[in-house]
Design a protein around this ligand. Structure first.
Ligand code: ADP
Length: 632
């Protein structure tokens, strides 16, 4: 049969990628070898997996190894593996396209912005193409491990197109990449250079890598070594190998567990302060090994999503090597490993918080968004609560962090609750009338900036013996019992007994103006600086109510209680007006405005037009009076 020859053009995004790769001048070209070796290693993991699960593969007794040869004079390097190989179709599908969704648009952006190649490689599963940083011609010869596949040869100069034809002669299972080096990359054909690159980037590959016959990567599976023999440098090196991060990890956790299930794990908290680390919350998980053999990368069942920022490996003796990915899914051993890993990670984070507050703060800054999802882990509720951090009125600025334990320590004698207020920013929260009484009494309030914080408070309900309470739901009588620590505006004269009674009529008049819009109108005990605020009658906080409304797409303002600050000058003026003429339209206008102002503060005012028109009307009048008084 004649060798089937075909020519193909690369997809547009590949051509773009190749453009970036060949034109990036400052890129670290060494990494092409890391990419080829990592592909080779994956291919051998796959064939080993097939063999152990009973598939009859080609050359079933071939040694699993990566062999690299060089020829300085010919300016060539070959990288050979005995992995799963590629069929003609797989070559077209896997090497001719980029698998990652969104890569095409990313590539376009990258091309525009002059992004360097090494920041793209590895990020989008485009590692193979990095070879064109050093090559002007590449040939892939591959024989699939599947029994009836024809060996094929793929050739490309890295510009626009490639050819595929059937291979001639006897091709063993696996893949050989033959690289013809560009003139300015000739020194990559130097074996010492290659060995150096392998030690730097591929030391932890679990298959032997041989350069011109010499076994180069002699690092053992680090997680299986006794802890006391390992230096932090080695951990860091392994972490960088695992993640491609250029920074050392923030923290390292190496554990060996015997019960209820045997496993070793080497886990890291990434330090993302460089910002370059690609952290996709969808692809969390730990690499699962069984007796040093990789079974699955990023296996999600090994760690809960809220600890998904962790990177690392788990290796167990207790699972069979030929376990299928499907049976892994509801495997009780995996559940046990996850439970132990979870507890160990939480304990480790607690230790980090205790030993090194600065590092913990940087952990919090990097990972709090993911970590906060842990509110649903009821089994570890207490551990989770200890690790939470919030900004608080006791902090100097919005960057300060407070733990619940610190709050509890600072509590007033006799204080039984932990208070919080939600808002978009520290400034917004400081303007919230519900905070006034806490400021006056010198009682600390936690500031919640993210919607998820409310869910956390709802889920936890309490910390130690202290209930977690939204400021607006606080028991006013209990708060009143604390002494004032701050002088508010000078106290207004107390009302005469008669005026007090009339004020009750004022409240009733307000209620009849607002009608169904409010549940009740009453005198506030919490306000000092603001004239009015809204309070919900049941237990839900306004933030929670708002979230539920967003979910149900309901925009009608909830019916709440309007509280009036009787000592506020505005309330006193209303009293005067009411006494003068209970039907005065100015009274009605003011009431409407007080209510809408309070709604606005709660974030419920759907249509601000009426409010603005009213302000303008009031301003028109008051500016007239002002000009008159001033004799302008
Ligand atoms: P990635 O390895 O990140 O998926 P690459 O562009 O490096 O991206 O490779 C694309 C695909 O080509 C791989 O996912 C794999 O299916 C296949 N491939 C690459 N190298 C080999 C190899 N040596 N043996 C078998 N398949 C390979």
């Amino acid at each position: 049969m004649a060798a089937q020859h075909s020519e193909h053009t690369f997809k547009a995004e590949i051509t773009q990628l190749l453009d970036i790769i060949t034109n990036s001048i400052y890129t670290n070209r060494d990494i092409f070898l890391r990419e080829l070796i990592s592909n080779a290693s994956d291919a051998m993991d796959k064939v080993r997996f097939l063999t152990s699960s009973g598939t009859d593969v080609v050359d079933s007794d071939a040694e699993l190894a990566i062999t690299i040869t060089t020829d300085k004079d010919a300016r060539t390097i070959t990288v050979t593996d005995t992995g799963i190989g590629l069929t003609r179709d797989e070559l077209i599908d896997n090497i001719g396209t980029i698998a990652h969704s969104g890569s095409a648009s990313f590539m376009e952006e990258a091309a525009k912005n002059g992004t360097q190649a090494d920041s793209i490689i590895g990020r989008f599963g485009v590692g193979f193409y990095s070879v064109f940083m050093v090559a002007d011609n590449v040939t892939i010869t591959s024989r699939s491990a599947m029994q009836d596949a024809t060996p094929v040869v793929w050739t490309s100069g890295g510009t626009g197109s490639y050819t595929i034809e059937d291979a001639e002669g006897d091709v063993p299972r696996g893949t050989t990449i033959s690289i013809h080096l560009k003139e300015d990359a000739a020194d990559f054909a130097d074996t010492e250079r290659l060995k150096g690159i392998i030690r730097e980037h591929s030391n932890f590959i679990s298959f032997p890598i041989k350069v011109d016959g010499e076994h180069v990567n002699t690092q053992p599976a680090l997680w299986r070594e006794p802890k006391f023999q390992i230096k932090q440098d080695q951990y860091d090196e392994f972490y960088k190998f695992l993640t491609y991060d250029t920074n050392a990890p923030l923290d390292t956790l190496h554990i060996a567990v015997d019960a209820p299930v045997q496993f070793n794990a080497l886990l890291f908290v990434p330090d993302m302060s460089s910002g370059g680390f690609f952290n996709d919350p969808e692809t969390y998980g730990l690499d699962l090994y069984v007796r040093r053999v990789l079974i699955d990368r990023r296996h999600k069942d090994l760690i809960p999503q809220y600890l998904g920022f962790m990177r690392g490996v788990v290796d167990t003796e207790d699972l069979p090597l030929n376990i299928s990915r499907e049976t892994l899914q509801e495997n009780i051993l995996i559940d046990k490993i996850r439970n132990t890993v979870t507890k160990q990670v939480l304990t480790r984070l607690a230790k980090l918080a205790e030993d090194d507050a600065e590092k913990y703060a940087s952990f919090w800054k990097n990972h709090h968004k993911v970590f906060k999802l842990g509110y649903s882990d009821f089994m570890n509720k207490d551990r989770f609560a200890e690790l939470l951090r919030f900004n608080s009125s006791a902090n100097e600025d919005a960057d300060g962090l407070t733990s619940l334990a610190e709050y509890a320590e600072r509590m007033k004698d006799g204080q039984k609750e932990i208070y919080y207020i939600s808002g978009n920013s520290r400034e917004a929260i400081r303007l919230n009338p519900h905070g006034e009484i806490f400021r006056r009494k010198g009682i600390e309030v936690l500031y919640l900036y993210e919607p998820i914080d409310e869910f956390i408070m709802e889920a936890l309900r309490e910390y130690k013996e202290f209930r977690l309470v939204a400021a607006e739901q606080a028991d006013m009588a209990a708060l009143e019992a604390f002494k004032d620590t701050e002088d508010g505006p000078a106290a207004t004269e107390t009302l005469s007994e008669e005026d007090e009674k009339t004020f009750d009529d004022v409240l009733a008049a307000i209620k009849s103006i607002l009608g169904e819009r409010v549940e009740d109108v009453r005198v506030s005990r919490r306000l000092k600086d603001s004239p009015a605020c809204l309070v919900s009658a049941d237990g839900t906080s306004s933030q929670m109510q708002k979230m539920m409304q967003i979910m149900s797409k309901d925009t009608t303002p909830p019916v709440k209680i309007l509280e009036l600050n009787r000592d506020h000058a505005l309330a006193r003026n209303l009293l005067k007006i009411y006494k003068g003429d209970a039907e005065d339209p100015f009274f009605r206008t003011s009431v409407e405005h007080l209510y809408e102002g309070a709604l606005l503060q709660e974030g419920y005012l759907n249509d601000p037009h009426a409010l603005v028109a009213r302000i303008n009307e009031l301003l028109e009048k008051s500016s007239g009076w002002y000009a008159e008084i001033k004799n302008y």
